[in-house]
Design a protein around this ligand. Structure first.
Ligand code: HEC
Length: 251
C-alpha cells in the first residue's frame, strides 16, 4: 500500500466499505434464495406437498376408525387362532391316492343301486342338439384314444358298434368316473389294455352326460340320452379303484 495513504481514517472507512459491500451481497443472496425456494424445481418436489396432505388425511381417517390398540388386540387373536389351527382332514375325490385309507374305505363302500339309472328309457326321443354339441366338444379327449370316429385303435377298443356304449347307462358313467381295467370283450373281441383306461371324472355332470349321450348317438350307435342327474347319482364312486368288466352290468 502507498505509505502516504496509510493513515487510520482511510483504514477505518475502507473497513466499513468492506463490511457494507459484504452486507449488501448477503441481503441480495438472501432475497434470491427466498424467492427461489418457493418454486419447486423437480417433479418430485412438486408432488411432495399433495402427497403429504393425502397421507395426513389417511392417517387421520385410520386413527378415527381403528386404534392402534384395537389392531394389536386383533393381531393377537388371529395369531392365536392360526397357531392353534390344524390341517383339515378332508380329501377331495380328486386327491384320493390309490391304496390310501380313503381309497380302501371307498372300495369297501356298498355299490349304489343302479336299477333306477338303468331303467329302460325310450330311444326314439329326439336328442337335444345342444347336448350333442357339448358332448362332441367333450369327446375330443376320448377320441385321442378311441379315435375321433370311435373306431378304436392300438391303445383303446372301439366305441362304434360297442354293446357297452349302447348298453346300461350306469356302466358308461362308472367307466368315466372310475376308469376301467382288466379284460373286456367289445363286439366279440377281447381287449385287455395295459393300465386300462384312467378316470376322467374332472368333467362336469353336464359334460359327462353330454359326452356319453354323444357316443351313444354317433358312429352308427343309437341309444337313449344320459342325464346329468344320472351322473350325479354315481359321483360318490369317484376315487374307487378302476372298475372291471366283471363288476359292470352285462350289456
Ligand atoms: C388314455 C386313453 C383313453 C381315453 C382318453 C379314454 N379312454 Fe375309454 N378306454 C380306454 C381303454 C384302454 C379302454 C379298455 C380298458 C381295458 O382294457 O380294460 C377303454 C374302454 C372304454 C369303454 C368300454 C369299452 C368300449 O370300447 O366300449 C368305454 C365305453 C370308454 N372307454 C369310453 C370312454 C369315454 C366316454 C372317454 C372320454 C370321456 C374315454 N373312454 C376316454 C382308453 C381311453
Amino acid at each position: 500500500m502507498d505509505p502516504s495513504r496509510d493513515n487510520p481514517i482511510i483504514r477505518f472507512t475502507t473497513f466499513w466499505w468492506g463490511i457494507g459491500t459484504f452486507f449488501i451481497f448477503a441481503v441480495l443472496f438472501a432475497v434470491i434464495w427466498l424467492f427461489a425456494r418457493s418454486e419447486p424445481t423437480t417433479l418430485e418436489d412438486a408432488a411432495a406437498k399433495p402427497r403429504y396432505e393425502t397421507k395426513a388425511k389417511i392417517d387421520a381417517a385410520q386413527a378415527a376408525s381403528l386404534t392402534a390398540d384395537a389392531i394389536k388386540a386383533a393381531t393377537r387373536v388371529v395369531g392365536k387362532q392360526l397357531a392353534a389351527s390344524k390341517p383339515a382332514a378332508i380329501e377331495t375325490p380328486a386327491q384320493v391316492v390309490s391304496g390310501s385309507e380313503t381309497s380302501k374305505k371307498l372300495a369297501a363302500a356298498p355299490a349304489v343301486d343302479t336299477s333306477a339309472i338303468d331303467a329302460p328309457a325310450a330311444t326314439d326321443e329326439p336328442i337335444d342338439p345342444a347336448v350333442m354339441a357339448l358332448g362332441k366338444a367333450s369327446f375330443i379327449i376320448c377320441g385321442a384314444c378311441h379315435g375321433q370316429n370311435g373306431e378304436g385303435g392300438p391303445i383303446a377298443p372301439p366305441l362304434a358298434a360297442s354293446e357297452w356304449v349302447t348298453g346300461p347307462v350306469s356302466n358308461l358313467i362308472r367307466i368315466q368316473l372310475r376308469g376301467l381295467q382288466g379284460p373286456i370283450t367289445v363286439a366279440g373281441k377281447e381287449y385287455d389294455m395295459p393300465g386300462g383306461m384312467a378316470a376322467l371324472s374332472y368333467q362336469t355332470d353336464e359334460q359327462i352326460a353330454g359326452v356319453l349321450t354323444y357316443i351313444r348317438n354317433s358312429f352308427g350307435n343309437k341309444a337313449s340320452a344320459v342325464k346329468p342327474e344320472q351322473v350325479a347319482a354315481l359321483r360318490g364312486e369317484v376315487g374307487k379303484p378302476q372298475v372291471t368288466a366283471a363288476e359292470l352290468t352285462k350289456p
